[in-house]
Design a protein around this ligand. Structure first.
Ligand code: SF4
Length: 369
């Protein structure tokens, strides 16, 4: 399990190693065809900041070699904001008093139809809070069965499940699982996640092993930027990705670097990542792993997302609502966080095409399940 691997890495030591990287380390990393973790640390270090243009060109080249000039589209569908956890940075935190919603199968179907009217989406990301009793595996299985006729690719972003439950859901149409570790800092993790299932660091960090063992086709990873030193957190994530690739080599992987957005929680980020730093991180990940899908959500602004089309990103959401039932049933419900990009899917598509890139709505067929 990855938690055992992680124990061999000391947070403070990794932070110090990144801070000590020099221009020479960065140039060595840029010259390598297959950079290792030490090189990745150089690429995300402050020493790499003056090399942004060079990193962007490399990132563009590797992305085009592997993915062509394409951006794959997806859309999230929140089906419940019911949650038994207390993540201090989240508007759905159980201490935040507001009406909780768990969509019925009929309401989920109405959301599916509303999304199909928004654009030709085939990649659906089903998102829930974490309430195993009221919206557990049975509920997820029902949701997948309802959504299946409308979309060819179904991914869930839900509480970590057991290997048996992941496997069971793959039989109901599940193609991918996204789970954000939030932070790999074991001690600080407890401060941000003081209660509920999510307070169990091991259960969460080993969830990716369970996904891999269950044969989930695609695994999405991420850390929440705004909690701890982002350079150390993403280095731990790169280590995690290397581990998973080796052990579950049939699985595809995606990464996401969500920057904290304003929410009802009122939590203020501990660290702020600039656009320049997010660009550096995106390029560093592409140079480190040429095959990984890099996803950019509507947390980021239209300007930033447009610039990333040709420089490393490979999938984007559009038209997103972050409240359950937001497309049709409860358009006024509380959103999990505020989005930055409010363009319609058609506007996002037009902007991608204007850069000479093709928009891919469908890259999987349910016949492959
Ligand atoms: S981040 Fe997820 S688990 Fe935590 S309070 Fe929000 S919805 Fe619940």
């Amino acid at each position: 399990m990855f938690s055992e691997v992680l124990e061999k890495y000391d947070w403070d030591e990794i932070t110090a190693r990144i801070a000590a990287k020099t221009y020479r380390d960065v140039e060595r990393a840029l010259a390598k065809a297959t950079p290792d973790l030490d090189d990745f640390m150089a690429l995300v270090s402050p020493a790499a900041a003056p090399y942004l243009e060079q990193m962007a060109q490399l990132s563009r080249r590797y992305t085009q070699q592997r993915f062509g000039k394409t951006i794959s589209m997806y859309i999230p569908m929140y089906i419940t904001n019911s949650c038994t956890n207390s993540c201090v940075y989240c508007g759905f935190n159980r201490h935040n008093k507001f009406p909780r919603v768990i969509l019925t199968p009929e309401q989920i179907e109405a959301e599916c139809k509303a999304i199909r009217r928004l654009g030709p989406f085939e990649n659906l990301l089903i998102v829930t809070g974490e309430n195993p009793r009221a919206a557990g595996t049975d509920y997820l299985e029902t949701a997948l069965r309802v959504c299946r006729p409308y979309f060819n690719n179904l991914t869930i972003e839900v509480m970590p499940l057991s290997e048996e439950d992941y496997h069971r859901l793959t039989l109901s149409g599940l193609n991918g699982v996204v789970c954000f570790q939030e932070t790999y800092h074991r001690e600080r993790y407890k401060v941000y996640h003081p209660a509920g299932m999510k307070s169990n660091f091991e259960w969460r960090v080993n969830g990716y092993d369970r996904m891999g063992a269950a044969g989930v086709h695609k695994i999405g990873m991420g850390v929440l930027i705004g909690l701890e030193d982002w350079r150390t957190d993403v280095t731990m994530m790169a280590l995690h990705l290397m581990y998973l690739r080796k052990k579950y080599w049939r699985t595809r992987y995606s990464v996401n670097f969500p920057r904290m957005r304003p929410s009802e929680s009122g939590f203020q980020p501990n660290v702020v990542m600039t656009d320049r730093e997010l660009a550096q991180l995106t390029f560093a990940f592409r140079i480190f792993d040429h095959d990984v899908d890099i996803s950019m959500s509507t947390r980021e602004t239209p300007l930033f997302r447009n610039n990333m089309v040709a420089l490393g990103a490979t999938s984007m959401s559009a038209g997103s609502k972050t409240e359950p039932g937001g497309y049709e049933t409860y358009p006024q419900a509380l959103e999990q966080f505020a989005v930055s990009d409010e363009r319609t899917p058609a506007q996002v598509e037009a902007d991608i095409r204007a850069r000479g890139y093709e928009v891919v709505w469908k890259d999987w067929d349910k016949i492959f399940d």
